[in-house]
Design a binder for this molecule. Structure first.
Ligand code: ZN
Ligand code: ZN
Length: 177
């Protein structure tokens, strides 16, 4: 259960505003403040915003602080098999923003809880890629900035508007073609 579940709505809203996940549009009296209704983006993240997550059984916990570098969906066959779902939903933070406790098992770089099987993250010295379904609070408000392997995307799913679309893996612009 979330610590916010019993909190007054206004507190939830202010917490989300702190995290940069909602814009302060609606007032208590029901009126709205004129605002350019910008959807939450990586740029609106507070540097001190801290998100926490865990596996299903709670033996592995982690946190990430500040803005993710990128937020994605991947429809590739590896992600489908590993997740048992149609795609993975993830975001990447600098390794320095990531902390974890509890023992994980690892397969081909992907870490999971050996007790309950939750797939959690892939972390190396540079970056931590977090599976966002393991964050404590849902919905997360984290909107994908790109989609990978869209040629494997289920036909009943639509492209996410505003998200960059890639047929296969995204090749970094700095890489030679
Ligand atoms: Zn677990
Ligand atoms: Zn994938």
């Amino acid at each position: 259960m979330s610590e916010y579940d019993n909190a007054p709505k206004s507190r939830v809203t202010s917490v989300l505003q702190e995290l940069g996940l909602v814009s302060p549009a609606e007032q208590p009296d029901g009126s709205t403040v004129s605002t350019t209704s910008v959807p939450p983006t990586i740029q609106t993240f507070s540097p001190s915003a801290r998100l926490v997550g865990s596996c299903k059984c709670g033996r592995v916990n982690y946190s990430v602080t500040g803005a993710p570098k990128r937020i994605g969906l991947c429809h590739c066959t590896d992600c489908r098999q590993e997740s048992g779902s149609a795609f993975t939903y993830f975001a990447v933070w600098p390794a320095s923003a990531f902390e974890t406790t509890g023992e994980t098992a690892i397969h081909l770089g992907r870490q999971f809880c050996p007790q309950c099987g939750s797939r959690l993250f892939s972390a190396n010295d540079d970056e931590a890629e977090i599976k966002l379904g393991t964050l404590k609070d849902a919905p997360t408000g984290l909107r994908p900035t790109y989609e990978l392997w869209i040629k494997r995307r289920e036909a009943w799913l639509s492209p996410i508007s505003g998200a960059e679309q890639f047929d296969e893996d995204h090749v970094a612009k700095s890489a030679s073609a």
